[in-house]
Design a protein around this ligand. Structure first.
Ligand SMILES: [Zn+2]
Length: 295
């Protein structure tokens, strides 16, 4: 675990995970300790964070947990540190069902599903802790329930998975709303952006790169000739996840377009998974998706 002090009152924890490291951010405000995201289900990142917070006497004030969204790599440790308040978007309870559905496919995760602790304080647009200088706002795009956090004192923007380096993690089908959220980020006066995985960024350049990629992705016009393995991973799963989400939303014609693009692109050596199991799984998912559409 790497620990980095940020600004006057932030602590960033970076913990190993695959394919990306996980970042958990804490804000020590006058009356609370805010913890933004809590790591991966079954990976116990929060245990290490808790140990550090205990050893440094940072758990004297009540803890408020904030979930940027309900993916399983952001909510895993919601129950590790005692906290009366877990904040998430109004759609959290709906989205967590999809996470549970996904985890149910894996035997090892089944016991953990029962211990998942969903948000108990939800908001639609914004929730502000005025005296603490902390605000949480709706920032849909990566998922429909995505939220971001802004520390007004240190001007730190915590974005969850709205920004992923090197390429955006595309799941939800309303890509124009995703772009809107990113455009809104550019209006925020921030010193640093904390990403849910891997990175801390200091300027808006990467926001523009992300917007550009999403536009190209939407048009199925991504040039992947210079892709690394990580780019390829984000790209192929972006296609499949988007198709899945379009199917779920009843947008069958569009869904088919992305399924077919995934089907052909994963045969390209740049995009094809190196791992045979992933490759087989992906083909199965695409075939099943297309078959469901024909029903
Ligand atoms: Zn996510």
């Amino acid at each position: 675990m790497q620990v980095q002090k940020i600004g006057s009152r932030g602590i960033l924890f970076n913990l190993p995970s695959q394919p990306f490291s996980v970042q958990i951010y804490c804000i020590k405000s006058p009356n609370y300790l805010f913890i933004i995201d809590t790591g991966v289900v079954l990976e116990n990142q929060m245990k290490e964070v808790k140990k550090y917070l205990e050893e440094n006497n940072l758990l004297a004030e009540p803890v408020v947990i904030i979930n940027t969204h309900q993916h399983h790599d952001h909510i895993g440790g919601n129950g590790v540190i005692e906290s009366d308040i877990i904040i998430g978007h109004t759609l959290s309870s709906e989205r967590i069902k999809q996470t549970v559905e996904l985890l149910e496919n894996y035997e090892a995760y089944k016991p953990a599903i029962k211990t998942l602790k969903p948000p108990n304080l939800t908001f639609e647009k914004r929730i502000v802790f005025d005296e603490e200088g902390v605000e949480i706002f709706y920032s849909l795009g990566h998922t429909e329930d995505s939220a971001s956090c802004y520390d007004r004192v240190d001007k730190i923007l915590i974005v969850g998975d709205t920004l992923v380096h090197p390429l955006p993690s595309i799941n939800w089908h309303e890509l124009d709303r995703f772009i809107e959220t990113l455009e809104n980020y550019k209006k925020i006066d921030f010193n640093k952006m904390i990403l849910g995985h891997e990175k801390v960024l200091e300027d808006a350049e990467f926001i523009d790169e992300t917007i550009e990629y999403i536009k190209r992705f939407k048009a199925l016009d991504v040039d992947f000739t210079v892709f690394t393995d990580v780019h390829a991973l984000m790209y192929r799963w972006g296609l499949v996840n988007l198709a899945e989400n379009l199917k779920r939303a009843g947008k069958e014609v569009k869904a088919k377009k992305y399924y077919l693009k995934a089907k052909s692109d994963i045969e390209n050596p740049i995009i094809k998974p190196k791992d045979e199991k992933e490759y087989r799984g992906m083909i199965e998912e695409i075939e099943k998706g297309i078959k469901d559409l024909r029903k």
